[in-house]
Design a protein around this ligand. Structure first.
Ligand code: SF4
Length: 382
C-alpha cells in the first residue's frame, strides 16, 4: 500500500458491542450481546447495499472499530471480509486493522485472526497501571495488557498499535511508567490521547456533581509535551497530534480520513464520506436492524459546501506534521492564506506557534497545543 497516496479509499466496520462500559467512553456500543449475530448479518447486508458508494475507487484499508471488534469470532470476521471482497475492488495488499481489547487476545484467537487476513492490530491498553484501569472500568488487568501484546507478537502480528490515555486525575497515576512500559513493548504505532470527560458518561456525571475534578490545563499541556519528547527520543515519528509511529508505519486508514479520501462506514453510528457529502448511520442497534431488514440504510446525509470542506482541510491538516499548504483549493474555491491572513500567520511565527516551510504552515510543538483554536481562527465563514 502506498501510504503517501492522497486517493486512498477505506472501509470502516463498526462493531457496537462491549463487555462493559468504560467510564470515559461516549462511543456507540451496547453491553447486551443478544442482537450480535443478527446485527453482523445486517452489516453484511449494508455492505452489499452500499457497494456503489465508493464508485470506482480502490479500497486500500479496511478497519474494524467499535465498540469491541475482538468480541467477534474469527468466523464472523472472515464472513464480513468476504462480503467486502465480493462487493468492492480491493488493492493487492490492503491494510486490515482490528481494534482489540487485551482480555480477548488468547493465542488461539490471535492465530485464527491472522488466518482471516487481519494484518494490523490496535490494542486498547490505555494504561499499564492497575488502579487506573480499575478507575476507568476497563475489562482487562495490567498483566493482560502486557501478555496480550506478547501473544500477538508470537502469533505473527508485526504491525501493532497500542492506545494510551494520559491526563488521569488520580494521585497515584504515573505517566512516565505508562510510557516506559509502552516503549518496552516496542509497538509499531502508539496513539496517545488526553482523557476528555464527555457529558453522558459516568465521568461526565461525576464531573457535574463535583466528585471528579479534571487535571488543570497546565498539567495537561505538560503531559502532552512529555509524551511528545519521550516518544520522539525513542525514535517515533509524531505524524498527527495524537499519533506516533515507527518510520513508514502510519495508520493508512487514519491517513485516509485526514487526507480527505473517500470512506464507507457501515454499522450503527458509522460515518461515510464520498467527497461531497457525509452520511451518518443511526446510533441504535435495534433500529438499525429493523431498517436493514427492509433493505433501507438508516442514515442522514449532509451535503458539504466547498467552504465546509476547505475548513475541514485546515482542521485536519494542522493536526498533522506536514501541516497545510498556504494555497488551498476545493472545487472552484481557492484561498491563499499568505494573501488573506498574512498578519495572523506572521503572529503565529513570531510567537513560535508555527513555521512556514516550502509554502506550508506547520505547527510547532507549542502550536500543537492550540491546534483547534488556530484552525478556527483560519476558518472561512460558512
Ligand atoms: S471497550 Fe472501547 S468502545 Fe467499549 S466502552 Fe470501553 S472504550 Fe468504549
Amino acid at each position: 500500500m502506498n501510504k503517501s497516496n492522497d486517493s486512498l479509499a477505506g472501509i470502516y466496520i463498526h462493531i457496537p458491542f462491549c463487555k462493559q462500559a468504560c467510564h470515559y467512553c461516549d462511543f456507540h456500543f451496547s453491553t447486551n450481546s443478544q442482537l450480535r449475530d443478527q446485527l453482523i448479518k445486517m452489516i453484511s447486508g449494508e455492505l452489499v447495499l452500499q457497494r456503489g458508494y465508493l464508485g470506482d475507487q480502490i479500497v486500500e484499508t479496511i478497519y474494524f472499530g467499535g465498540g469491541t471488534p475482538s468480541l467477534l469470532s474469527p468466523h464472523q470476521i472472515s464472513g464480513l471480509l468476504s462480503t467486502v471482497y465480493d462487493n468492492f475492488t480491493i488493492c493487492d495488499q490492503p491494510e486490515i486493522t482490528l481494534e482489540a481489547n487485551p482480555d480477548d487476545l488468547n493465542t488461539e484467537y490471535l492465530e485464527n485472526l491472522r488466518a482471516t487476513g487481519i494484518n494490523r492490530l490496535s490494542i486498547g491498553i490505555q494504561s499499564f497501571q492497575q488502579e487506573v484501569l480499575q478507575w476507568m472500568n476497563r475489562a482487562h488487568t495490567q498483566e493482560e495488557a502486557c501478555n496480550s501484546f506478547h501473544r500477538a507478537r508470537s502469533s505473527g502480528f508485526d504491525n501493532i498499535n497500542i492506545d494510551l490515555i494520559y491526563g488521569i486525575p488520580l494521585e497515584q497515576y504515573q505517566q512516565q511508567d505508562d510510557l516506559k512500559q509502552a516503549l518496552e513493548l516496542a509497538p509499531e504505532h502508539i496513539s496517545a490521547y488526553n482523557l476528555t470527560i464527555e457529558p453522558g458518561t459516568l465521568f461526565g456525571h461525576q464531573l457535574k456533581k463535583g466528585s471528579l475534578v479534571e487535571i488543570d490545563e497546565e498539567t495537561a499541556a505538560a503531559q502532552f509535551l512529555y509524551t511528545m519528547e519521550t516518544l520522539d527520543s525513542a525514535g517515533y515519528q509524531h505524524y498527527e497530534i495524537s499519533n506516533y509511529c515507527r518510520p513508514g508505519k502510519q495508520s493508512g486508514h487514519n491517513l485516509g480520513y485526514w487526507n480527505g479520501s473517500y470512506y464507507l462506514g457501515v454499522g450503527p453510528s458509522a460515518h461515510s464520506f464520498n467527497g461531497m457529502s457525509r452520511q451518518s448511520n443511526i446510533s441504535n442497534n435495534a433500529a438499525y436492524i429493523r431498517s436493514l431488514e427492509k433493505e433501507q440504510i438508516p442514515s442522514e446525509v449532509e451535503l458539504l459546501s466547498a467552504r465546509q470542506r476547505l475548513n475541514e482541510k485546515i482542521l485536519l491538516g494542522l493536526r498533522r506534521e506536514i501541516g497545510i499548504a498556504l494555497e488551498l483549493c476545493v472545487d472552484t474555491l481557492a484561498i491563499n492564506l499568505n494573501a488573506s491572513r498574512g498578519n495572523y500567520l506572521s503572529r503565529l511565527v513570531s510567537q513560535e506557534l508555527a513555521i512556514i516551510e516550502k509554502n506550508r504552515l506547520i505547527l510547532t510543538d507549542k502550536g500543537k497545543l492550540l491546534a483547534d483554536s488556530i484552525a478556527e481562527d483560519l476558518f472561512l465563514d460558512i
